[in-house]
Design a protein around this ligand. Structure first.
Ligand SMILES: Cc1cc2nc3c(=O)[nH]c(=O)nc-3n(C[C@H](O)[C@H](O)[C@H](O)COP(=O)(O)OP(=O)(O)OC[C@H]3O[C@@H](n4cnc5c(N)ncnc54)[C@H](O)[C@@H]3O)c2cc1C
Length: 547
């Protein structure tokens, strides 16, 4: 009997696993978007990363880390508090691989300044590929990278932590951070009475010499085995950002008491805790009363990563759907040759094409913002708009990708069920959909001139594309309305679509034309495949998406 046979029949007409693939080499849209945004020189580095992360070995680690979810050990056998979370070894291996490739720190110099060049674009390409394999572990990876932007408000603390954050070692030992080979950082803002409205935080901070003692709770605090957390609490002068390490300077464990871990829809390899601070030791980051201004620097970067990860999840969905459709025959013909399935796959490929071009264009603005005011304005206005559109489009996209695999798509052995369950979280955390729209409105009202220059730049970039001029007019009109909140979702979506068309125009003008004609000139139908593309375009899009 062959391994592919059972007692009653031979297994036929099933697609082989989509494993041991080169996630970079197979992805023309990614390579071109990276090159168009300044990252061409990193091709070899990204190719090595893509081959490694596309291996069957890494896929297995992703599966193990999600099947064997983290466990909270609140007490030891004698009743002493432990407050430790245990992870499967596969989770630690994923963390080590991401850290080794600098996904948690490569956008910073050794001193914690922006690394410059195309560091954001290159790191984003790695984040995009890693998200195709396992997304849960990317939570502490993204928070560690982003925390540096907030720590910049406290230069003495940044100078002390940077030598440990800046290594490419992952050190999971439960020990004081100054003694470790590498460290990870998390973030605690959300409380029971308010997540969006952090001003309602009730957690209190009392001065204790040069440090503070924090008392209160956080309703969501992910990656609880991080070595330190940036936490918001009310000090005398108002809401303030604090650095709260797992150990106090005398070497004892800090009073950070985990209550339970959340039982989540997805994101299962990542632990998300409910936590009490019982007079926990912390150091101030930035001025008292300036907590939101300090931590928003971190949140801007985690929002960027939400969009990159969602684009990565969609890319993975598309690649699995195309791969399956090329092997699976129905009515004596491969699915990939059936006109109706082609219409679905090509339309999905167009969505991914635009998403990755858009996300990489955003990352270029992060690379350039420190030296270019226009790029800083682009980054400010477009980060929430892109997080809104890319992240909110992912669940619907992944549902369609899953359906391309039929019943197999719905089953946990495959990765698409996991991707589907994972996808909504990127739209919810780091500012949910409406909050992103309100943030776009805030940028428009507070930095009106800079925002209008960005809009003009997008109009230039998309000039001549079908529907672009009307979209520019609609956006301008909607945002000028006194009741702009009522139309904010419509206007923010149009803004993201316009930016996507402009970004794709730089990478592949023909695809920008197709994207604009199906998304800007007319409203895209609610289902993929309900647009009319020519035969050559359909074949071209499918071939380009997965050679
Ligand atoms: C898996 C997971 C992990 C998380 N990890 C962390 C973590 O590590 N650290 C942390 O601090 N938080 C974490 N969070 C919390 C997350 O950031 C919040 O859930 C999120 O910011 C929303 O806050 P909320 O749940 O309080 O909802 P609310 O603030 O009550 O919002 C509910 C809804 O109302 C909408 N809304 C809010 N204001 C307005 C308005 N003015 N007009 C119109 N609509 C509005 C929002 O868009 C949202 O859809 C995590 C959440 C999840 C799901």
């Amino acid at each position: 009997m062959t391994p592919s046979s059972s007692a009653t029949h031979e297994v036929l007409n099933q697609s082989p696993p989509f494993e041991d693939v080169d996630l970079f080499g197979l992805d023309k849209s990614l390579a071109e978007a990276v090159a168009a945004n300044g990252g061409a020189a990193a091709e070899k580095e990204l190719s090595e990363f893509g081959q490694h992360w596309g291996s069957a070995d890494m896929a297995a680690r992703g599966r193990f880390a999600n099947e064997n979810t983290p466990k909270l050990r609140t007490f030891d056998a004698r009743g002493n508090r432990r407050d430790e979370v245990e992870f499967h070894p596969a989770y630690h291996e994923l963390m080590a691989r991401s850290a080794h490739a600098g996904v948690h720190n490569s956008t910073w110099s050794a001193e914690g300044k922006p690394a410059g060049g195309a560091a954001e674009v290159v790191r984003a390409a790695k984040f995009y590929m890693a998200a195709q394999v396992e997304t849960g572990h990317l939570c502490p990876i993204t928070m560690t990278r982003a925390s540096v932007a907030a720590l910049a408000a406290q230069p003495d603390l940044l100078a002390k932590t940077m030598p440990v954050i800046g290594t490419r070692s992952y050190d999971p030992t439960f020990a004081p951070w100054p003694t470790k080979r590498g460290m990870t950082l998390g973030m605690g803002m959300t409380e029971k009475q308010g997540g969006t409205d952090v001003r309602s935080n009730m957690t209190r901070a009392e001065r204790d010499g040069d440090a503070y003692r924090i008392s209160g709770h956080k309703w969501f605090m992910s990656a609880p085995m991080c070595d330190a957390f940036l936490v918001l609490a009310q000090a005398d002068e108002g809401l303030t950002c604090f650095f709260m390490p797992r150990f106090v300077p005398d070497g004892s464990v800090n009073a950070i008491q985990f209550q339970r871990l959340k039982d989540k829809l997805g994101n299962r390899s990542n632990a998300s805790s409910e936590v009490e601070f019982a007079g926990a030791y912390a150091m101030r980051v930035g001025d008292e009363g300036k907590g939101i201004r300090t931590i928003i620097q971190m949140v801007q970067l985690t929002r960027q990563d939400c969009a990159i990860a969602s684009a990565g999840l969609m890319r993975s969905g598309l690649a699995h759907a195309l791969h399956h459709a090329r092997y699976r025959s129905v009515f004596q013909k491969h699915l990939a040759d059936q006109p109706l399935m082609q219409a679905v796959l090509a339309d999905m490929a167009l969505h991914v094409e635009a998403s990755i071009a858009l996300v990489m264009r955003l990352c270029r603005s992060f690379d350039r913002a420190p030296h270019d005011l226009n790029e800083a304005a682009f980054m400010r206005l477009l980060t929430p708009a892109i997080k809104y559109w890319v992240c909110k489009s992912a669940p619907g996209f992944l549902y369609e990708a899953m359906e391309c695999l039929g019943g197999n798509g719905y089953v946990e052995e495959g990765i698409l069920a996991r991707h589907y369950r994972e996808s909504p979280v990127n739209a919810i955390w780091e500012g949910s959909g409406n909050v992103m729209c309100l943030d776009v409105l805030r940028a428009l009202s507070r930095e009106a001139e800079a925002a209008s220059a960005v809009l003009q730049g997008l109009a230039e970039g998309a000039r001549g594309l079908p529907g672009a001029a009307d979209a520019v007019a609609l956006i301008g009109k909607a945002f000028r309305r006194p009741d702009s909140e009522r139309v904010a979702r419509l206007a923010v979506e149009k803004l993201a679509l316009l930016a996507a068309a402009a970004a794709l125009n730089k990478v592949s003008p023909h695809h920008a034309e197709l994207f604009a004609s199906t998304r800007l000139a007319e409203n895209h139908a609610s289902m993929y495949g309900a647009v009319e593309l020519g035969n050559d375009d359909i074949r071209g899009l499918m071939q380009r998406a997965l050679p």
